[in-house]
Each structure stands twice: as structure tokens, then as C-alpha cells.
Ligand binder design. Structure first.
Ligand code: TYM
Length: 352
């Protein structure tokens, strides 16, 4: 995003940040997680927790930007926490908590509402996609959503944010907000400019029914996505039905450019197996999809089965999950509270 003229000409005020590195990310509790969430973000959470201080949030405040049934919100939140745990996020290494339990998110979001510019938000493509033709009738919260996302990250002065590619523009906005805050208040390096970690073939998993659309919870067709909770038979059926073409698996990456559905399946295979896309093509070049799809289904089932077993175990033990969430919320609040004290002081509020 271009520097806004209200930025008073600052160039890189966050580059002076010399605080500790910290990882932050979040997922919305709006339904079961799918393979895109898993490969785009959740596997990265697990990889990062050994080497970095990690804070992983369940972003229930983001979820309520569209109506959520109050009878379901808490259990949906618990389900995402259970998925984090089942995928291997370790609560002894990483903090796991619900966003609504830590007040810093909403407070900093308000401050940032007064820093971010309306013009910046009106360029957000995800808002345009979600609001569609209905942009006057959606909630103010849906419009301000990316500002809350910036607050999530910066309430922890997080330096790295593992996400799928669809979050790239929101991360750019977070950097712009951090930079403008640092500049407006004359505090170079107060907030870091958070780096998105968007890597590998898993960063953009597409619908199994349409290679031009991302795999999404909100797609009306359940056959468009693999849910972490799907059983082996369902997974095999969904891959069998996945759209491809009449050709064979090609022998080079360039040949995938015009074949988005095939590219997607090869990318999924690569992300699940840890192989590169070139290696996958090397193994299956010249084979038909009658061979490739069952092999992919077997790989996915083998990979996801232990996760869905653990997920169901956690869902049968909600007290255990709640204990993790409560203790995570305390730890998250302890990190963000002194940062918020400093933010209030920098802005000059009474009592600071
Ligand atoms: P959400 O809940 O839509 O998705 C959670 C994570 O999954 C990734 N993802 C995908 N990755 C690859 N292929 C796909 N088809 C796919 N679909 C989803 C998303 O990129 C995301 O990493 N706004 C965020 C939540 C959020 C957040 C934050 C993230 C709120 N505050 C602060 C990072 C930092 C969202 O709606 O994710």
C-alpha cells in the first residue's frame, strides 16, 4: 500500500524496532477448519513454536463482525482451540487464548481506528468480497475488521505473522498502521512492522470444485473443501470428485500455469508430503488422475487421521481445553498490559 499523505513523509519508522521477536496469528471460530487453514497456517504454528515465542489467538471478536449464534460461539471457540492442540500446538510452548478475554485487542483497535485512514480500508479486497453488493448493509465492524487485526498483532508487538496468502493485504495494512503511529507520535521503532510469513505450496489452497476460488468455510459446497473432521471415506470421495481435466499429470511446473485445478492438487500433495512440487511431478508425470487422486486421498487420510482422532478426544474433554484457554488468556494479558500502558502514555492520555 502507498504511503498516505497524512503520514507526514515518514519512510520506515518501524525499522528502528529492536525489541524481541514474537510470533502472533489467529483463526476465526466460524466453523470447522479445512485443509487450507491447516496447510496455510496451522502447520506453520507448530513449526514455529520450538524456536520462537508464539501467541495463537482464536479471534472471536472478528467472528462477530457477521452474526454468530450466541448459543454456539463458545463451543466454536473451543473447537478451534481443540484443532490447534490436535495439530500439535503445545500449550507449554505457545500461548492459546480467546481474543475476547484480553481487553487490549478492543482498546488498541479503537486507537488504531483513529490512526488508519478511511481510504486505506476502502481498498481492502476481502471486505469487498465479503460485503458484495451489500456494502451499505454490513456491520461497521466488518469494515473496520483489518484495524482490529492490526491491533491483535501490535498489542503484542509481534514481529512475525504466519498466515495464508489471502491475509497479505491485511498484513500490509498492519504495517502501514504501525508506521503511521510511530511517525505521528514521534516514536520511531515503538511498534515493529510485522512481517507476514506466507510460504510454500500450502499458502494458497484452492477449492476442489473451482481452481480460481480459494478453499473456504463459506463455500456452499462441502465438496469444495476437506475439513479436518472429515472421515477417510469422505476425504476419498471429495478428492475423487475434485475437478481436473482430461490430461495427464505433466512433467514440469510451467505446464501447470493453465491448469489451476491440477496445480492445486499437486500443491496439496507437496504440502502434505513435504516434497517440492517438482518432486511430486517427477513421481507422477504421465499418470492419469485415476492414479493420482487415490494416492493423494491416501496421503491426506494418513496425515489427517491422527489429527481428527485427537481433535475428537479434545472435544470430548472440554474442561481440558478450557483450562488451556484460561491460562493462555492470563499469559496473553500479562504480555499486552505493559505494552498498552506505553501506548496510552505515548498518546498522552490522562493518568499515564
Ligand atoms: P481465517 O480464520 O479466515 O483463516 C485462518 C488462517 O487460514 C488461512 N487460510 C488459508 N490458507 C491457505 N489456503 C486457503 N484456502 C486458506 N483459507 C484460509 C488464512 O490465511 C489464515 O492464516 N483475518 C484472519 C484472522 C486474524 C488474524 C489476526 C491472522 C485475525 N487477526 C492477526 C493473523 C494475525 C482470518 O480471517 O483468518
Amino acid at each position: 500500500m502507498k504511503q498516505n499523505q497524512d503520514n507526514k513523509g515518514a519512510d520506515y519508522q518501524g525499522a528502528d524496532y529492536n525489541g524481541p521477536s514474537r510470533v502472533f496469528s489467529g483463526m476465526q471460530p466460524t466453523g470447522a477448519l479445512h485443509l487450507g487453514n491447516y496447510l496455510g497456517a496451522l502447520t506453520k504454528f507448530v513449526d514455529l513454536q520450538d524456536e520462537h515465542e508464539c501467541v495463537f489467538c482464536i479471534v472471536d471478536l472478528h467472528a462477530v463482525t457477521v452474526f454468530q449464534d450466541p448459543k454456539l460461539l463458545a463451543s466454536q471457540t473451543r473447537e478451534i482451540a481443540a484443532a490447534y492442540l490436535a495439530a500439535g500446538v503445545d500449550p507449554d510452548k505457545a500461548i492459546i487464548y480467546p481474543q475476547s478475554q484480553v481487553a487490549a485487542h478492543t482498546e488498541l483497535a479503537w486507537f488504531f481506528n483513529c490512526v488508519a485512514r478511511v481510504g486505506w480500508l476502502s481498498r481492502m479486497t476481502q471486505f469487498k468480497d465479503k460485503a458484495g453488493k451489500n456494502s451499505q448493509a454490513v456491520s461497521v465492524g466488518l469494515y473496520a475488521y483489518p484495524v482490529l487485526q492490526a491491533a491483535d498483532i501490535l498489542a503484542f508487538k509481534a514481529t512475525h505473522v504466519p498466515v495464508g496468502e489471502d491475509q497479505k493485504q491485511h498484513l500490509e495494512l498492519s504495517r502501514d498502521i504501525a508506521q503511521k503511529f510511530n511517525n505521528d507520535f514521534g516514536v520511531p521503532g515503538f511498534f515493529p512492522l510485522p512481517e507476514p510469513l506466507i510460504k510454500g505450496p500450502g499458502a494458497r489452497i484452492m477449492s476442489l470444485r473451482d481452481g480460481s476460488k480459494k478453499m473456504s468455510k463459506s463455500d456452499p459446497s462441502d465438496n469444495s473443501r476437506i475439513n479436518l473432521t472429515d472421515d477417510a471415506e469422505t476425504i476419498a470421495k471429495k478428492f475423487r470428485k475434485a475437478r481436473t481435466d482430461a490430461g495427464m499429470v505433466p512433467d514440469n511446473i510451467d505446464a501447470l500455469a493453465e491448469r489451476p485445478e491440477v496445480k492445486n492438487l499437486v500443491g496439496i500433495y507437496a504440502a502434505l508430503s513435504g516434497m517440492s512440487e517438482t518432486q511430486v511431478l517427477g513421481e507422477y508425470a504421465g499418470q492419469g488422475f485415476g492414479v493420482f487422486k487415490p494416492a493423494l486421498a491416501d496421503l491426506a487420510v494418513e496425515h489427517l487421521r491422527p489429527i481428527s482422532t485427537r481433535l475428537n478426544d479434545y472435544l470430548d474433554n472440554p474442561d481440558e481445553v478450557d483450562k488451556v484457554l484460561r491460562s493462555g488468556a492470563e499469559k496473553a494479558a500479562a504480555i499486552s498490559a505493559p505494552i498498552m500502558d506505553d501506548v496510552r502514555r505515548v498518546m498522552g492520555f490522562w493518568g499515564t
